[in-house]
Design a protein. Structure first.
Length: 442
């Protein structure tokens, strides 16, 4: 999911419980129809540097779809800070769009509302089949064993971006492959008067993405196999302590980053203020801020030891955007046609190139347009060392509760208060108390 959505996601914790009883979409019966075959409404997520950029990217493609099918698509680009609340309001009010983008980490939570069209074998067949999509992308479309609630649209993964000149000035020949190497390199970089690594300490979603990976690397999960929260597992506590420790103990993340929540760390990197950045598919963002592609390198996110892979060698969550249909749309056939169009090979190449994301459609991903060195790192990560966030119905509450706990720990570190194992455990206990009692599938 695009991390720009920031801390506003926290407002929806109670709304999901209410939404779970709603039908969603546009009719009071909760059943779809084809009463409006010539129109569609589409809520697109803000993928570009601005909403204006997204409209410039998307409108020509929507016009192409109208020319091909005769169906006019009314576009609204929704900021990440508003998107989940808008979707939940739509599920409870019965008034929503026909088609919408969702952050892929929301799939199981929105699946639980019952508002989205299930993508069973019949519906997948209408868009060319499920086997067109990369397996890792399908892993973030809903609870395992249930028909997906959405279809992959854009794929992203985290990578380590590093400033070549800062590295050269510090005498560092290659990017760090482990966290110990990163901390050691940080001392050389600080000696040259530069910040080492950026973070978005007040962005609950960014916090979740990173501590999820650290937990994997420590051999831990935030949920048990039956979907119950397990935030105080000692290995989870160690993982969170290590991530926050990048600021609190290792001093490679500046204290001021504890207040960052709106991509300020990306701007710091683009302006040459810091040496490294952990980000998902950052090329378009960096270019929009004037940073030349020649000025930085891209490498896999570090692991504890060895090389990236599965299990404890995981180094990214499966990031991305899915496209979904409200099941009580007044143009179900048109909505399905639109999903087929947006996930077709040609559109996948156009749209993912525009957003410097990776196509989740296999044939499009293999196109030469996605053979740049940066793409190679992202594709390899998605294929071999990325894991989906927990596909449980309370995933959104999990993001809010644990992401906020990490935010509080960063605030402690920035204020000079000691971050200990006990203080980390206390914050995670508080987060676990905020979770619904019933967990599990959607």
């Amino acid at each position: 999911m695009r991390s720009i959505r920031a801390a506003a996601v926290g407002a929806v914790t109670m709304s999901l419980a209410l939404a779970a009883t709603a039908c969603g979409g546009g009719s009071s019966s909760g059943q779809g129809s084809n009463d409006s075959p010539k129109t569609l409404t589409y809520w697109a997520s803000n993928q570009g540097a601005s909403i204006a950029v997204d409209k410039k990217v998307l409108q020509p493609e929507l016009d192409k779809f109208e020319k091909k099918t005769g169906i006019k698509v009314k576009l609204e680009v929704v900021p990440w800070s508003d998107l989940l609340n808008r979707i939940l309001t739509a599920t409870t009010s019965g008034q929503g769009p026909d088609v919408l983008n969702i952050g892929n980490t929301w799939s199981a939570s929105l699946q639980a509302t019952g508002a989205l069209l299930p993508w069973d074998a019949k519906n997948f067949a209408r868009i060319g089949g499920k086997d067109r999509f990369v397996e890792s992308a399908l892993g973030s479309t809903g609870v395992q064993g249930k028909d997906p609630a959405a279809v992959p649209l854009y794929s992203m993964a985290y990578a380590l971006y590093y400033n070549k000149q800062i590295f050269a000035d510090a005498g560092i020949a290659k990017p760090p492959a482990t966290w110990d190497e990163l901390v050691a390199d940080g001392k050389k970089i600080e000696a040259k008067g530069k910040s080492v690594l950026g973070a978005e300490g007040s962005n609950v979603s960014e916090n979740i993405h990173h501590v999820f990976v650290f937990a994997k690397q420590h051999g831990a999960d935030f949920f048990t196999s039956d979907g119950k929260p397990n935030f105080t597992d000692p290995k989870v506590v160690d993982a969170v302590e290590q991530y926050v420790g990048l600021m609190a103990k290792d001093k490679v993340v500046p204290p001021g980053d504890a207040e960052y929540a709106q991509n300020q760390s990306v701007s710091d990197f683009a302006k040459g203020k810091q040496a490294m950045l952990l980000w998902q598919s950052a090329a378009a963002n960096l270019k929009s801020q004037g940073m030349s592609e020649d000025a930085y390198g891209i490498a896999p996110v570090p692991v504890q030891s060895g090389t990236p892979g599965t299990g404890a060698q995981t180094n990214s969550m499966v990031a991305g955007i899915n496209i979904a249909v409200f099941k009580n749309s007044h143009n179900l056939d048109g909505a399905t046609q639109f999903v087929k169009f947006m996930t077709g090979d040609d559109e996948q190449k156009i749209l993912n190139k525009a957003y410097t994301t990776i196509p989740p459609v296999k044939t499009a991903q293999q196109d030469a347009a996605f053979d740049a060195p940066a793409d190679a790192v992202l594709k390899s990560t998605l294929a071999t060392s990325a894991a989906a966030l927990p596909q449980v119905a309370s995933e959104s509450q999990f993001e809010t509760a644990v992401g906020t706990a990490v935010k509080e720990l960063f605030a402690d570190a920035a204020a000079g208060r000691t971050v200990t194992t006990d203080s980390v455990k206390a914050q995670l206990e508080k987060a676990q108390q905020q979770m619904p009692a019933a967990q599990g599938g959607a």
